[in-house]
Write a protein that binds this ligand. Sequence first.
Ligand code: GLN
Length: 250
Amino acid sequence: MANTVIDVMSLYPKDMNIYGDWGNVLTVVRRLELYGYEPHLCTYNQGDDWPAHVDMILGGGGQDNGQQRIVDDLFLRADALRDLAADGTPMLTICGLYQLFGEYFETIEGTRLDGIGIFGVYTQGHDVRMIGNLVEHCERFGDIVGYENHSGQTFLREGVQPLGIVEHDGTGNNGKDHTEGAQVGNVIGTYMHGSLLPKNPAISDFLIRTAAERRYGQFEPRQSDAQRATLAHIDATTRQARQVAMQRPR
Ligand code: GLN
């Protein structure tokens, strides 16, 4: 099968995978198949060999102790990740890995975990958790629907672009400045679990399209009629699910 393989990496799924984040991996794999691509999924956990080729990286959230478990290994892979990010590899990092893709995360107990600095953001543990359903407004992907649950308050350095804007106090990156997430090039960081991607196909398709274009020069779905119909059905159901999710109480 020529020009159809897409190498997807799930980063630290053993420790960084809560509130449905694995659903992001399932969604990307399924949509790739329905577009006629051949997803090759690699799960990378600490101590594993780094694969020869990666087209897309998906990383989830985790508790503070999960972050502590992976951080040393993350630094072993920091250069590879920074190079891939600088080179335009599409990546999605949720919550705990979003924090560790920033400059640092200082827990509420005062333990400082350095991050790998792909995002110009830093995170301070806080005694009030930000928990609840959330809709954010995003120019790049339209409204994003998800669920946040974190104690870390993340602040963006000057000039760093948030992923979206939240309307309500007490939500988003830090509860204060109405930003949520961050984006640099093709790397997205966000607090949105839920899972995020099943409810936000615009982000899935951005990751897929970008991965295909970088690897093969273009995004060229080769779908059967059945695959096209299945995707249309999923997208119609997703539009309804988004409407329901947007009405949910926080
Ligand atoms: N431990 C981090 C926090 O609570 C990350 C939580 C998460 O990934 N959901 O801020």
